[in-house]
Design a protein around this ligand. Sequence first.
Ligand SMILES: CC(C)(COP(=O)(O)OP(=O)(O)OC[C@H]1O[C@@H](n2cnc3c(N)ncnc32)[C@H](O)[C@@H]1OP(=O)(O)O)[C@@H](O)C(=O)NCCC(=O)NCCS
Length: 175
Amino acid sequence: MNPGTGDNSKKAAPHLHWQAPAGALISAVPPMEIRTAKLDDAQAIAALAIELGYAADEAVMRARLQAILGRPDQHIVVGVADGVVAGWLQASTSDVLESGFRAEIVGLIVSAAYRRRGLGRRLVESAVAWAGTTGAKAVSVRSNVVRGESHSFYPALGFEPVKTQAVYRKRLSSL
Ligand SMILES: CC(C)(COP(=O)(O)OP(=O)(O)OC[C@H]1O[C@@H](n2cnc3c(N)ncnc32)[C@H](O)[C@@H]1OP(=O)(O)O)[C@@H](O)C(=O)NCCC(=O)NCCS
């Protein structure tokens, strides 16, 4: 039984408990939280970007965040689980001649150790809610074909496949 709750249906991990003053053992599993990113998240955001395969370090990420945090066309949130920044999402809006005003998820990662706990879903839900406030009529996302899990994830959240594209790039500098 979980003392204090009368609930004997769930057993929480022992390391996630503390002893309350009255002696009752109460579950201390911190809830997942989605919150706006801040500059001090730069290191965690960079580490997750590296996990995804992008070159990034804290200083670079801090500078990028500094340039766009607070802008009305940007939605940058982190997902915190067990007190750790375990995921982040960036969405943005833009005016496109071909398709008009639109919202797009341009970056999303949940650390491998925290997947399948609903964090990705909650990050995307926050982007969808934000996009709705901007006047966008839809939210798009492009995901590399090699990211197998994302191609199960987005359909599970109601995103429909629209098209498949090739991506081209012409470098403008040696950086
Ligand atoms: C895609 C990603 C963000 C999903 O994050 P997550 O926190 O694990 O996702 P959730 O736990 O919220 O999953 C929501 C639902 O999506 C589906 N889903 C997620 N991962 C899946 C997987 N590997 N296989 C099958 N379905 C999956 C499931 O229906 C899941 O619900 P369920 O767990 O109740 O069955 C995460 O796997 C990730 O960061 N991958 C690498 C980076 C990436 O692909 N980013 C997206 C590029 S734009």
